[in-house]
Every structure is written in C-alpha cells, then in structure tokens.
Design a protein around this ligand. Structure first.
Ligand SMILES: N[C@@H](CCC(=O)N[C@@H](CS)C(=O)NCC(=O)O)C(=O)O
Length: 224
C-alpha cells in the first residue's frame, strides 16, 4: 500500500488525485506545518528537503511531483501514453513543460517575495504573470488544435491532473490579486477542468481535502 505524505490543497493534491484515479489502495498522512512535521527527522529521512509530496512505495520513498507521477504511470500503465507509443514524445514534452515552467511560475505568483525580496516582488509578480499567460495560451492552443487525449475533459492524465491543480493555484492564491488568472481565459483548458473535476475519483479527492465547488474550473479568487 502506498503512503502519501501531504497537506490538503497543497502540492500533494495532484498525487492524491492520481492515486484516486488509479483506484489503488493508499493512506494519506496529513502533515501539520505548525506542529513542525516538515522538520521531523522521520520526514526528512523520506525527503531531505522537507517538502511535500512524498510517496512511500514498494521501491522506497519518492519525492518531486514529476518523479512520483512518472513512477505511478509506469507502474500502473495508466494516466500517460506508454513508453514506445507514438503519443509518448508529445506527452513528455508537455509534461516536463508543466512541471518545469508552469509549476515554478505558479509558485512565484503565490510567493513573489521569494526570488528577490519584498522590494522587487511587484515586478517579479508582473513578469511572472505575463510569462504564465503566454505559456497557458500555448498549452490552450495545443489542447484546442491538436487535442491530445492527455489534455482532454473526459480522460485524465498525469499532465491534465497537474494542470488542474495549477489552474486552482493561479486563480485563488496569487499574492497580488490583480495577477489572478482565470481558466475561462483559456477555453480548452477550462473545458478540461470542468470535465475532469466532476469525475467521481476527483470529487472524492476534493471531499477528502475539504474542498467544495468547481475547484479547478472556477475556484474562488484570492482572499482580500
Ligand atoms: N519541486 C517540488 C516542489 C515541492 C514543494 O515546494 N512543496 C511545497 C508545498 S506545495 C512544500 O512542501 N513547501 C514547504 C517548504 O517549502 O518548506 C515538487 O514538485 O515536488
């Protein structure tokens, strides 16, 4: 049985959704930041950087979201085109694009003070917001025009589940409210989020994380 170490509505959410979609047994170990769980020696032994998600597997503990997702897709033969099939190269390109470009961008929108301090956070957020918009437009164009199954509204993949979580982050959690990004601006991505968020496995995950409503297609805007 897998053990997922995470926090509701944090980056562990995409792994939580993937496990639910795979319908494999797992345990969710909820960590408490305020209680010091991220610094606990037992957790640091699983991930020396003290971050979530971490997945304990029969092959040992795995950290880094992309590594966990690729491991799960390979082990269970779902949520990604199989290695050696024609769809695989395109999947890999855009999966890595999501994990290397969109994920750090979303994190910077949420914490624009981290790269250079508070003095430059407005500029950092502005530039990140513009870059994310360009990148989302490219992803939307792909979903609209080439329509790979791994970006579709009716069949989840490691990439689409990852994008769902990031669509929630960039709408709900930017530090500067004016830089909140709505999925409605990217119609194919919006359709994908609307379709996938109503799947029973995704709804069950959201319920387990205490999240209601259209969590990915139309989550609330940033808190004032
Ligand atoms: N590149 C890592 C990023 C992990 C990450 O930053 N996780 C955040 C939660 S979304 C975390 O654990 N933050 C706690 C900390 O930075 O101390 C991944 O994809 O797994």
């Amino acid at each position: 049985m897998y053990t997922l170490h995470g926090v509701p509505d944090w980056g562990s959410q995409v792994i939580h959704m993937a496990l639910a979609e795979l319908a494999v047994p797992f345990r969710f170990n909820r960590l408490d930041w305020d209680a010091g769980d991220f610094d606990a020696p037992a957790f640091r032994a699983l991930n020396p950087f003290g971050r979530v998600p971490v997945l304990e597997t029969p092959d040992g503990a795995i950290f880094e979201t992309a590594a966990i997702l690729l491991y799960l897709t390979e082990r269970h033969g779902q949520l990604a085109p199989a290695p050696g099939t024609p769809d695989r190269a395109g999947f890999l390109i855009w999966f890595i694009f999501v994990t290397n470009q969109l994920h750090p961008g979303a994190m910077t929108l949420i914490h624009p003070e981290l790269p250079g301090g508070e003095a430059v956070q407005e500029q950092v957020s502005t530039e990140t917001h513009q870059r994310l918009r360009t990148q989302l437009a490219a992803l939307n164009h792909l979903a609209e025009n080439e329509a790979p199954w791994w970006l579709s509204p009716d069949r989840p993949s490691a990439t689409s589940l990852y994008v769902l979580m990031l669509l929630r982050w960039i709408k709900s959690f930017p530090a500067i409210a004016a830089h909140s990004i709505a999925s409605q601006d990217y119609p194919a991505l919006h359709r994908m989020a609307s379709g996938l968020e109503n799947r029973s496995a995704i709804r069950a995950t959201l319920t387990a994380e205490g999240i209601e409503g259209p969590a990915f297609s139309n989550p609330p805007g940033p808190a004032p």
